[in-house]
Design a protein around this ligand. Structure first.
Ligand code: PMV
Length: 327
């Protein structure tokens, strides 16, 4: 509870995928980390329900409306919701998942369900995401934003990780099941991630469809998907050992495989080339085609400057930050 009567605050982090995007659609493991950049929500008692000064409407605010229906009684007194975020939107960094998880946490506090588990909250946030996207959404963003740290998603239980829960989602093409894990990170205070945003928006669904079409045309290319899975597991192992040179190698190797799959772009390649000389490893992150790249580096200032010179907007984060919490 804040100082002001009735004020509720919560926040949730952005995420970036270190390994396994696209391959995770075909069951291989993907590894995401919570970033320092966060989205903050504030709830204040008000005469009507509103978001950023406009009336709360399911069409305009599908995530918030779905979470309100799931977590609050109809009789809950109305609140005005303010959102402040340092997460760029629609660039593969999980801004909508951060909104869902922060709002879920704030609504849970509002309805005196403070003890509701991360598993339950991330499930509600995942369902809100899936509903807003009209069907399928992987739980990688919502689980990473809820749990914080490092989250590993796979179709099977990964022995090297700490298994958290099984996540199921009814989709238009049947039920999907994911195993969600956390990873104990061996910290190194000299290690940073530098994110570079191309400013180009490429919808995730189009990028996923592009890979599906390539695999349909040449089924033998499933080997490339399997190769990404192998690199992901190698990256996971290196993260656990704290061998950041090996983590960087695995990231760059993962990028080559993604580029060959056809999901990079000229803009991403420009930023990646600029970051390479000062980095341990560089790759696109998320769906590709635009959006962001990520560099693992011991020289964040130099790496960020090189990316900016090549036309990217940057921000710096350490690996693995706090998940969603009441503020
Ligand atoms: O760019 P993002 O954060 O939407 O990541 C997409 C990751 C994919 O593997 C390409 C799709 C998915 O659902 O996992």
């Amino acid at each position: 509870m804040g100082v002001e009567a009735g004020l509720q605050k919560a926040s949730a982090p952005a995420k970036c995928i270190l390994f396994g995007e696209h391959a995770v659609v075909y069951g291989e493991p993907a590894v995401a980390v919570a970033l320092e950049q966060r989205l903050h929500v504030q709830l204040r008692p008000s005469k009507t329900w509103s978001v950023g000064g406009s009336q709360l409407q399911a069409k305009r605010h599908p995530h918030i409306a779905a979470l309100k229906a799931a977590l609050l009684e109809d009789s809950t007194p109305p609140m005005s919701i303010q959102i402040n975020s340092d997460i760029p939107r629609a660039s593969g960094l999980g801004s909508s998942a951060a909104l869902s998880t922060a709002v879920a946490r704030a609504f849970a506090t509002l309805s005196h369900q403070e003890t509701v588990t991360n598993e339950a909250l991330s499930m509600l946030a995942h369902q809100a995401e899936a509903q807003a996207q009209g069907g399928l959404a992987s739980p990688l963003d919502t689980s990473t934003s809820t749990e914080g740290g490092v989250v590993v998603l796979s179709d099977t239980k990964e022995n090297s990780c700490t298994w958290l829960y099984t996540r199921r989602l009814a989709t238009p093409s049947g039920e999907r099941v994911w195993e969600v894990h956390s990873l104990d990170l061996k910290r190194d205070d000299g290690i940073y991630l530098v994110l570079g945003n191309t400013g180009v928006h490429a919808p995730t669904s189009a990028q996923v469809a592009l890979v599906a079409a390539a695999l349909e045309e040449s089924p033998e290319r499933m080997q490339e998907i399997k190769a990404i899975g192998t690199v992901s597991r190698r990256g996971l192992d290196a993260l656990q050992r704290g061998d950041y040179t090996a983590v960087g190698h695995a990231m760059s190797e993962n990028h080559v495989l993604l580029r060959n799959l056809g999901v990079s772009s000229l803009e991403l390649e420009d930023l990646i080339r600029a970051a390479l000389p000062t980095s341990l490893g560089v790759k696109l992150t998320g769906a590709g085609g635009g959006g962001c790249m990520v560099a693992l580096t011991r020289h964040p200032k130099e790496t960020a400057e090189a990316i900016e010179l090549a036309g990217g907007r940057t921000f710096v984060s350490r690996i693995g930050n706090a998940g969603a919490h009441a503020d």
